[in-house]
Each structure stands twice: as structure tokens, then as C-alpha cells.
Design a protein around this ligand. Structure first.
Ligand code: SF4
Length: 365
């Protein structure tokens, strides 16, 4: 082991040199290394991934991996999940520690505990409410769910997880994404007036006692800033230009966008559906730009056109922080025997978080 290389030595390196260093480091590290790339990752990084997928697929890949080093080209909560599911026995590395998720940051343990306590003045939440956290959340919120009979979900399995939850308790507290909760609840036939929004900035969520007592779902008022860019008017305009076109959206989009879409599903679902379409199909897609651009390039030779839903560029700016410079920096450090930017979840948090994650993995198996 030599002294750790500093990121400053890489910050001004051009992408081509970074590519060469990444390729060389991968060859040296061989099977000791697995690079995971989320679908929203930029091309310059995505192309180096050994495995690609959405949060669910990548968390399963991490759990099954034998690699000593898991370099997660995604955001912070994903690296935490990989550490939790591998019992801290692998070195899980996030190339840039600033790669967080603005939606995940909208809920934290203090606010969720406060919400739980406020609900408990009306009913016993441990008897009547299943806490469900979207995987886009900090490990301590997954631990909260694991400690209170709750579970984790992703956009791929939210419906199965909610069915599991309602089979146990009559209400669900869903955080941090109100839209995934609402869109999934609607698909299950839960009326809008039985899904209330918990405004975490207001006492008792800004809700009356009656609203809380009558709700089947209490939805945390969080959202993804990327998916909020898509508007129903974008779909109306597309339909005027392409009357036979098809619209597919991610469930992190607003209810009004999902209602106007022909298909709604996770990134893996979007990829599967568009890849299976006939030549001549025109698609409008409401999810992150990097995924849409790659899919457009892939489908073009097959006579399928893919259009991004928003007229303005909107990509996940936190995911974008992971660049070839940071990837080259952490891989060169691994070659030199230094582990940088390792993500570790303390076992006291990891154990109940793992419980909630494993329940999710059992529900979807
Ligand atoms: S796209 Fe939205 S939900 Fe996904 S990581 Fe980025 S900010 Fe978070």
C-alpha cells in the first residue's frame, strides 16, 4: 500500500486518459472488482460498468457478488444498500461522496419519528400502520421500517410490497416519494381521497384527525426534482404531433402525467417495453435523460423513435456528479492498495435495515 492518491491529481485529467486508466485498473483488479452502473448514469461512466440496472436489480447484483470491491456508480443510498446486503464484507465505494439523491434527503429519521409519534396520538401505529420506504432513502429510514414491522420497495415492486403491507395492517405510511405511493395506490383501486399527503413542514402533517383516521395511505410530501419537470401538456403536444404514438412514464411522475400515459413503470419496465415494440413505433418517455438518450440510439436502427418528454434538458444532477475522473481516481487507488470513499453502515442500523430489505426481496421472488 502507498499513500492514497488525491482527487486533485485527477480533476483536470481529460476523459481519454481517465478511460485508459479505468481500463488498465479493471484489467489488474479482474474479478476482485465489480462496477455497478445505474441507468441514469452518464455515458462516459456507464460504459465502464460490469453490470447495469435499476436500484432493485443492482441491489440484488450487489448481494450476489463475490467481488472484493463494489464500485457503485449511482447515488449514496444505493451504495448503502449494497453495504447492508453484503454484511459489510465487501468494500462498497461511491466514487463521489456528493452523489446523493434530493428526494431521499426530503425524509430523515427525526421527521419520520415525529410523524410516527403524531400518528400515535390517534391510533397505535405499530398495530395499524405499515411503514414503507422507497429504496431512495437513507439506511436509518430502512432500519426504522425494519424495527416497526415495515418494508422497503422499489418502483419495480411497489404494488407487491403494498399488497404485502395491507395484508398485515390497514394503513400504510409511505415515504419519501408521494408520487410512487399515489400512482401505485391508484392502480390498486385506492381512491384519491383515501390517500392523504403528509406535509413534513407542518404540525401533524397539515392534516386533520379525521383525515389521518380515514386515510389508507399517508404519503410523505417528497418528490424527485427530475421527474417533476414532466408535464401533462408535454403529452398533449406529443399526441397532436404523433396521434398513434405511445407514452411511457416512470411512477415518480405526478399523477396527472401518469394518468395521461399509456404505460407506467420502473426503468427496467420502460426498457423492456420499448425494446419489445414494433418498427415504426413512436415513443414519448418520461424519465431521466441519459437513459432516454441511450435507448433512442439503441432503437433507431430498429425503426423505433424515442423522444424525451420535456423540451428542456433535465438529468439527475446528483447522479451526474460521478465522472470518469472520480472513477479513475478510486480505481487507481484500489490498484495502489487504498480504499477511498468506502460507504459503511453501522451494524446497529444495518441489521434492521437488512430485515426490511430482505422482506422486500422475499416479496418479489
Ligand atoms: S432521478 Fe430523482 S430520485 Fe433518482 S437519484 Fe436522481 S434525484 Fe434521486
Amino acid at each position: 500500500m502507498s499513500a492514497a492518491l488525491k482527487i486533485d491529481q485527477f480533476s483536470l485529467m481529460d476523459d481519454r486518459e481517465c478511460d485508459a486508466r479505468i481500463t488498465a485498473a479493471k484489467a489488474i483488479l479482474g474479478k476482485r472488482l465489480a462496477i455497478l452502473g445505474h441507468h441514469y448514469q452518464r455515458n462516459e461512466v456507464f460504459k465502464h460498468a460490469d453490470f447495469t440496472g435499476d436500484s432493485l436489480k443492482l441491489s440484488q447484483l450487489a448481494a450476489d457478488s463475490d467481488a472484493e470491491f463494489i464500485v457503485f456508480c449511482g447515488v449514496h443510498f444505493m451504495a448503502e444498500v449494497a453495504d447492508v446486503l453484503t454484511f459489510g464484507q465487501r468494500s462498497v465505494i461511491l466514487p463521489d461522496l456528493a452523489a446523493g439523491c434530493s428526494m431521499a434527503d426530503m425524509a430523515n429519521l427525526v421527521k419520520v419519528r415525529k410523524c410516527w409519534d403524531e400518528i400515535s396520538t390517534l391510533l397505535d401505529p405499530d398495530e395499524h400502520v405499515t411503514p414503507v420506504t422507497y429504496i431512495n432513502s437513507a439506511a436509518d429510514l430502512k432500519a426504522f421500517c425494519g424495527s416497526h414491522g415495515g418494508i422497503v420497495c422499489t418502483s419495480s415492486n411497489a404494488r407487491a410490497v403494498l399488497e404485502w403491507s395491507f395484508a398485515r395492517r390497514e394503513k400504510v405510511l409511505f415515504f419519501p416519494d408521494q408520487h410512487l405511493g399515489r400512482n401505485t395506490g391508484l392502480k390498486m383501486g385506492i381512491p384519491l381521497d383515501q390517500m392523504v399527503t403528509w406535509d413534513f413542514m407542518k404540525p401533524r402533517g397539515g392534516l386533520t384527525d379525521e383525515q389521518i383516521k380515514n386515510a389508507r395511505m399517508i404519503l410523505w410530501k417528497g418528490f424527485c426534482s427530475v421527474h417533476q419537470m414532466f408535464q401533462p401538456a408535454h403529452i398533449d403536444n406529443f399526441r397532436k404531433a404523433q396521434p398513434n404514438g405511445l407514452v411511457i412514464s416512470h411512477p415518480e411522475n405526478a399523477y396527472e402525467v401518469c394518468q395521461k400515459s399509456d404505460f407506467v413503470g420502473s426503468t427496467e419496465y420502460i426498457l423492456r417495453t420499448v425494446r419489445a415494440s414494433e418498427p415504426g413505433t413512436h415513443w414519448l418517455i418520461g424519465t431521466e435523460l441519459n437513459l432516454v438518450n441511450r435507448l433512442a440510439d439503441e432503437m433507431k436502427p430498429r425503426g423505433v423513435t424515442v423522444q424525451f418528454m420535456s423540451p428542456t434538458v433535465c438529468m439527475c444532477s446528483t447522479m451526474f456528479r460521478t465522472d470518469p475522473q472520480h472513477l479513475a481516481w478510486c480505481l487507481d487507488n484500489l490498484v495502489a492498495g487504498n480504499v477511498v470513499n468506502r460507504i459503511r453502515v453501522p451494524e446497529a442500523v444495518a441489521e434492521p435495515a437488512r430485515k426490511a430489505l430482505n422482506l422486500m426481496l422475499e416479496v418479489v421472488d
